[in-house]
Every structure is written in C-alpha cells, then in structure tokens.
Design a protein around this ligand. Structure first.
Ligand code: HEM
Length: 75
C-alpha cells in the first residue's frame, strides 16, 4: 500500500471508489482484477480503513474531508 497512488491523494475519493467498486480489467482483457468491497464494508469500516491507510501507508495527516467523501462515494 505505500506504493499506491491513491493514499497520497489530497482527495480521498479515489481510494474510497477503488475499495467500494474494485478495479475490473479492460473489456476483453483477462488480467488484473481487484474485487469490490462496497457490499462487504459498512461506511464506518470503510472510513476506518481509509484513515488507517492514510496514516500507516502514506504516513500523511488525516483527510479532513473523509466523512463527507465517504457519503459522496456511497451509491
Ligand atoms: C481492502 C483491501 C484492499 C485495498 C484497501 C486495496 C486498495 C487498492 C488501491 C488503492 C489500488 C490502486 C493503487 C494506486 O492507487 O496506485 C489497488 C489496486 C489493485 N488491487 Fe487492491 N486493494 C485491496 C484488496 C485487493 C484484493 C483482495 C485484490 C486481489 C484479489 C486486489 C487487487 C488489486 C489489483 C490487481 C490492483 C491493480 C489494478 C490495476 O492497476 O490494473 N486488491 N488496490
């Protein structure tokens, strides 16, 4: 996780969308798939996970707008 781009972003929504929706391969491509966790995590768990990764993977200050971003990325 320390080499992922999303944990360093000033905006947490990329990380939240990746975890919620996963990363499907391009159409017709068989490789590299990240499963979606949106149905497996509550908003509270997603918030806790993002805060943890921000702190321990990016070693960066907390996202001040995390709670709102979690709401905005809810389907
Ligand atoms: C809750 C656990 C997980 C988190 C927080 C997470 C987070 C992420 C993030 C943030 C990225 C984008 C990297 C970037 O920002 O540069 C990513 C990419 C990826 N993840 Fe996950 N991931 C998780 C679980 C998994 C699992 C279980 C798999 C596979 C079974 C997986 C497979 C992948 C793959 C293949 C990519 C790269 C996709 C591509 O660029 O083609 N992830 N993950």
């Amino acid at each position: 996780m320390p080499v992922s781009v999303a944990v360093y972003d000033a905006d947490p929504r990329s990380l939240l969308r990746i975890v919620r929706e996963g990363i499907p391969p391009a159409q017709g491509d068989s490789g590299r798939w990240m499963p979606a966790f949106g149905g497996a995590l509550t908003d509270a768990q997603l918030t806790a996970l993002a805060a943890y990764l921000r702190r321990h993977a990016a070693n960066a200050p907390p996202w001040p707008n995390l709670a709102r971003a979690v709401e905005e990325t809810r389907r």
